[in-house]
Design a protein around this ligand. Sequence first.
Ligand SMILES: [Cu+2]
Length: 121
Amino acid sequence: MNRISPARALAAALIMTGARLATAHAHPAQEAPGAGQTLATAPREVAIDFDESVDAAFTSIAVADARGRSVTRGKAAADTANGKHVSVPLQPLPSGRYTVSWVAVARDGHRTQGHYSFAVK
Ligand SMILES: [Cu+2]
């Protein structure tokens, strides 16, 4: 095994610091409807509050029914007053299970994505 020189140890420490900073991506802090939620009344929109501001141009929320058909009305948009809040209006939803798939690009350019489902009774 090679001995680790001080310079290499410093370089490794800097890389690890960079890796920590790179984890500052946008993740949902709150989702409405929430993951796994069953609603008695059909929601009129899906809204996600991220934990940091997102680049609206590259951030999207897709909502599909059990057959994979889109049930959104138009594109997701960020709140002009709150760059962490993104929402998309929905078509009238009949009873069923819906899947939300989101993609977010944080201000630092890092992309995150995820999906979850909710149901309408
Ligand atoms: Cu990041």
